[in-house]
Ligand binder design. Structure first.
Ligand code: HEC
Ligand code: HEC
Length: 355
C-alpha cells in the first residue's frame, strides 16, 4: 500500500513538472502588448494620431491619452466608432494589434500634468470654412492651416463637392480609388507612394454636409492647386562645370485634372557660379532679380501627366553652402496661397539627399 502510494506520488510529481516545463517555453502570444511597437505606431504610424493627441500622448487638439489607464476595449471603441470629432479608423488603417500596443504604450507613461499645444496655432478672424476646419473639426491638425494636401488632391481630378464629400465620409475607399487613377511615375517627388490610407472616415452626423460645404467653398476660394512637382539633380561635375536638371511634372489624372497655364520655371544661380548654358524648351536666359541672377524658362502649359526636363550648366564654386534652388509658378489657375512649388538641390548627406 505504501509503495503504491509512493508510486502515485512519483507520477503526480512528473506530471506537475511536465506542466511547469511547458509553461517555461510558451508558444509566442501574437497579441502580447509591445510597448516599443506602440510608441512607434503612435508617433510615426500612418494615421498620425499624435497630430491631435500630442507628442508623448499629452493631448493637444484632442484629449491626453498618457497614464489614464485607458483599456483596450475603450480604445477600440474610441478608434472604430469615435464618440464625437475624431475620424474613425478601420482595421486596414489601424489594426487591433496596433491598438493593443498603443494602449500599452500610453499606460507606460506618466499621467499628463498640462495638456500640450495645438499642432497649428489658431488663426484669428478666420473665414468660416477655415474656422470649422481648425477649431471645430480639426482637419487643420493634419493638413496645415490652408489644407494644401486636399487642394492638391482636388487638382488631381478637378474634384467637385461630391468628390470632397466622398473623400471625407468614405475616405478609405475614395482615396484608394484616386490612387488607382494616378500614375506615380509622372509625379517624381510630391505624391506619396501608395500605401495604407492614413486619414480616417468622418461621420456625416458629426461633420455635417453644410459644414463640409463651408470648408469646400473656403478651399475653392484659396484656390485648387495643380499637382505640379519639381526636383533638381546634379550630374557629376565635368572639368570646371556642373549640369543641373530640373524635372517638372503635372501628376494630375488625364482628362480629369487641372492644367497649369503660363508656367515659369526659375532657378536662382548660387553666388560664385556663372551660367554656361541653359537647355530645354523655353529657355529665356538669365536676369537680375534683386541681388540674384535668375535663369528662367517659359512654358505655355503643363497638362496632366506632362513632364519636362530643363538643364542649366554652371561654372565656378558656390560661396558658402549655396545650392541651386528655384520655383515653378503659373498664371492660371491662380491661388491665394501655396501657389508656387519650390525646389532645391539636396545638400550632400543632408535631408532629402539622393532623392
Ligand atoms: C483630428 C484629430 C484626431 C486624430 C487624428 C485622432 N484623434 Fe483620437 N480623439 C480626438 C478627439 C477630439 C477625441 C475625443 C472624442 C471625440 O471627439 O471623438 C479623441 C478620442 C480618442 C480616444 C479616447 C480617449 C479617452 O480619454 O477616452 C482614444 C483612445 C483616441 N482618440 C485614440 C486615437 C488614435 C489611436 C488615433 C490615431 C489612429 C487618433 N486618436 C487620432 C481627436 C483625434
Ligand atoms: C489624421 C490626419 C488627418 C485628418 C484629421 C484629416 N485628414 Fe484629410 N488626409 C490626410 C492624409 C494623410 C491624406 C492623404 C491620403 C491618405 O493617406 O489618407 C488625406 C487626404 C484628404 C483628401 C483627399 C485628397 C488628397 O489626396 O489629399 C481630402 C479631400 C481631405 N483629406 C480632406 C480632409 C478634411 C476636409 C478633413 C477634416 C474634415 C481632413 N481631411 C482631416 C490626413 C488627415
Amino acid at each position: 500500500m505504501r509503495t503504491l502510494f509512493a508510486a502515485a506520488f512519483v507520477v503526480f510529481v512528473l506530471v506537475a513538472q511536465g506542466g511547469t516545463g511547458a509553461a517555461q517555453t510558451p508558444a509566442p502570444n501574437p497579441n502580447a502588448p509591445d510597448i516599443e511597437n506602440g510608441r512607434k505606431d503612435y508617433a510615426f504610424g500612418n494615421p498620425s494620431c499624435s497630430n491631435c493627441h500630442g507628442a508623448g500622448a499629452v493631448g493637444g487638439w484632442g484629449p491626453d491619452l498618457a497614464g489614464k489607464g485607458i483599456t483596450v476595449a475603450q480604445a477600440v471603441k474610441a478608434i472604430r466608432k469615435p464618440y464625437w470629432k475624431m475620424p474613425a479608423f478601420v482595421p486596414s488603417q489601424v489594426t487591433d494589434k496596433e491598438i493593443i500596443d498603443m494602449v500599452a504604450y500610453w499606460n507606460s507613461l506618466p499621467e499628463t500634468k498640462e495638456i500640450g499645444k495645438w499642432r497649428f496655432e489658431m488663426v484669428l478672424n478666420a473665414p468660416k470654412g477655415q474656422e470649422l476646419a481648425m477649431n471645430v473639426i480639426g482637419c487643420v491638425m493634419c493638413h496645415g492651416t490652408t489644407l494644401t494636401t486636399p487642394r492638391h488632391g482636388a487638382g488631381e481630378v478637378n474634384g467637385d463637392f461630391e468628390w470632397f464629400k466622398h473623400q471625407v465620409y468614405n475616405h478609405d475607399v475614395a482615396m484608394a480609388e484616386q490612387w488607382k487613377m494616378l500614375d506615380r511615375e509622372t509625379a517624381p517627388s510630391s505624391t506619396p507612394a501608395p500605401g495604407r490610407v492614413r486619414m480616417g472616415n468622418y461621420d456625416p452626423k458629426r461633420v455635417t454636409e453644410p459644414m463640409l460645404r463651408d470648408i469646400y467653398n473656403w478651399i475653392v476660394d484659396l484656390g485648387i492647386l495643380v499637382p505640379i512637382s519639381a526636383r533638381i539633380t546634379a550630374a557629376p561635375a565635368e572639368a570646371a562645370s556642373t549640369t543641373y536638371t530640373v524635372d517638372v511634372a503635372n501628376g494630375a489624372v488625364p482628362n480629369k485634372g487641372l492644367t497649369a497655364e503660363g508656367v515659369t520655371i526659375s532657378v536662382v544661380v548660387p553666388p560664385g557660379t556663372k551660367v554656361v548654358s541653359g537647355g530645354g524648351t523655353g529657355y529665356a536666359g538669365v536676369k537680375k532679380q534683386g541681388n540674384d541672377d535668375v535663369a528662367t524658362w517659359k512654358v505655355a502649359k503643363f497638362a496632366p501627366r506632362d513632364r519636362q526636363k530643363f538643364t542649366l550648366t554652371l561654372a565656378g564654386t558656390a560661396t558658402g553652402n549655396a545650392v541651386p534652388r528655384g520655383t515653378v509658378a503659373w498664371e492660371k489657375p491662380s491661388a491665394k496661397s501655396d501657389a508656387d512649388v519650390d525646389f532645391a538641390l539636396p545638400r550632400p548627406g543632408g535631408r532629402g539627399a539622393g532623392d
